[in-house]
Each structure stands twice: as structure tokens, then as C-alpha cells.
Design a protein around this ligand. Structure first.
Ligand SMILES: [Zn+2]
Length: 261
């Protein structure tokens, strides 16, 4: 049987941030991009950083993205897989909600995709199953570099579904989006399986596993129910100004056997 895989072989991106012991990498691993740890800038104590996300509403292009560089609406992907748009929207919201439930980071659907922190769309150049792309500020003096924007793209030529049915060639949207969100907030594939962030698609669980939770809590802290919500600046200006400093990282099924330059 051919294994279905999400992405990059875990061995290349080692190390964790901060206090995590080396042994933790079996259950979770934080992203290292060009040797840098990355995460969305965390809010001040007692506050919660809230990121905005949106489904692509028209064709978009991201120069410099190594992945998801050209995206379009999900419409064709959804109609091919007979998934109603409102169902997809609910599944995406459920995926974000899982991360929000455990860590001190929040997610809201953006009114305008143009200013969304995390954009979700269908690939215009289909490959693999799903990819994530993270832009971050390479010139930041922060020890853990701030993520500035992230993309999630799904292959419209694959079949998608809602829920599990044992067919590992047809991916569950919620599971896949949850996995890709993990990348967009700074998590990589752990060396072991049994986690949503594991590189292999499996249908034994559909929610965050202990390693996933440990990873996101390490990056953002535990969920603080009483936090004051701090929205991201709607400033696409800052993003445009720093676009030359952005570095994009690629994950995906093809990277399982060969790493892109
Ligand atoms: Zn992945």
C-alpha cells in the first residue's frame, strides 16, 4: 500500500524552541526555517493574539512563495468532491477552533481576504494533496522570528471529503486543514506518528493529540479564557513593505522524497 503523506520528511528540520527537551521531538516539533524558529508575535501578558483567516475569493499570486504561489477559489474543488461551500467553511472553522481551544492564540474569519493573516485556497498548479507556506521576517531581531503571513492550499484534482471512511486516498478536509494550520502557526512534523502534525495522513483520530497540544502551547502558551482579545493590525502595508525580506518554506507530499531547493 502506498502511504498518503502530507509533507516534508521530519529529519531535516530538527530542534525545538526554548525549554522543550530533545525527546519531545517524537510527539511535536517546532518549525525551523533557515535555522530560525518562527511564530506569530505573541500578545502581551493577559492578552490573546487573534489571527484572521479567509478563503480566497479570487485568483491570487504570491511572488516568492515556494508553495501555494498561485491560488484560486475553492468552488471547483468543492463541487468536484460534492462538498457544500457552507460545509467547507464550517470544517475550516472547526479546524481553527481546535487550536484556539488549547493555546493562547485565536482565529477569526476575516472580512477581507486581502488583509487576512492566513489565506486558504485551491492550487492553480495542482500537486500533492495540501501545502502550507509561511512568510516570516528574516531580519527581525527576535530570537523566534515573527510570521507575517501564511498560505494553505489544497489540490483541486484530488478528491476531498468530510469525515472518515477508511479511504486514505481521499482526505478529510478538517483533518487536513488542522494539519496545515499547524504549519502556519509554527509547527513541523514530529519524528513519530500518532499526531495531527504527523506527516502521514491517517484516520484514527480527528482532533489534536497530546503532542500537537504540547507544541502549540510551547509556542503561544496555554489558553487563557480571560484574555483580552488583540486583533492583528489590518496592515497589509507592513507586509508589502517587507515583502523582499520574506522567506517561504514548502511542505507537501512531493517533499517526502525530494526536497526542493
Ligand atoms: Zn505537513
Amino acid at each position: 500500500m502506498r502511504f498518503s503523506v502530507f509533507g516534508l520528511f521530519a529529519g531535516l528540520l530538527s530542534c525545538t524552541i526554548g525549554a522543550a527537551a530533545a525527546g519531545d521531538s517524537a510527539s511535536f516539533k517546532t518549525l525551523r526555517l533557515e535555522g530560525n524558529g518562527v511564530r506569530w508575535q505573541v500578545a502581551a501578558k493577559g492578552q490573546q493574539r487573534v489571527l484572521s483567516y479567509a478563503i480566497v475569493a479570487q485568483d491570487v499570486e504570491f511572488a516568492g512563495a515556494r508553495n501555494c504561489g498561485k491560488m484560486t477559489k475553492l468552488d471547483t474543488l468543492l463541487s468536484t468532491s460534492q462538498i457544500a461551500p457552507e460545509t467547507a467553511r464550517a470544517e475550516i472553522a472547526a479546524a481553527f477552533a481546535m487550536w484556539e481551544a488549547v493555546a493562547n492564540i485565536g482565529f477569526r474569519e476575516a472580512a477581507d481576504p486581502a488583509t487576512a493573516d492566513i489565506l486558504i485556497g485551491a492550487q492553480l498548479e495542482p500537486e500533492g494533496w495540501a501545502f502550507a507556506n509561511v512568510f516570516y521576517d528574516t531580519l527581525s531581531t527576535e530570537p523566534v522570528k515573527p510570521i507575517s503571513r501564511a498560505l494553505i492550499c489544497l489540490n483541486p484534482e484530488k478528491r476531498w471529503k468530510v469525515g472518515f471512511n477508511g479511504d486514505l486516498r481521499t482526505y478529510d478536509m478538517r483533518y487536513t486543514i488542522t494539519h496545515e494550520i499547524g504549519h502556519t502557526i509554527g509547527l513541523d512534523h514530529p519524528s513519530g506518528g500518532g499526531q495531527i502534525m504527523g506527516y502521514r495522513y491517517e484516520e484514527t483520530f480527528r482532533s489534536l493529540q497530546p503532542g500537537d497540544v504540547s507544541g502549540v502551547v510551547l509556542l503561544y502558551g496555554k489558553r487563557q479564557p480571560d484574555s483580552i482579545i488583540v486583533a492583528s493590525e489590518p496592515a497589509s502595508q507592513a507586509r508589502h513593505a517587507s515583502s523582499v525580506r520574506l522567506y517561504a518554506k514548502r511542505w507537501g507530499a512531493r517533499a517526502f522524497t525530494a526536497r526542493s531547493p
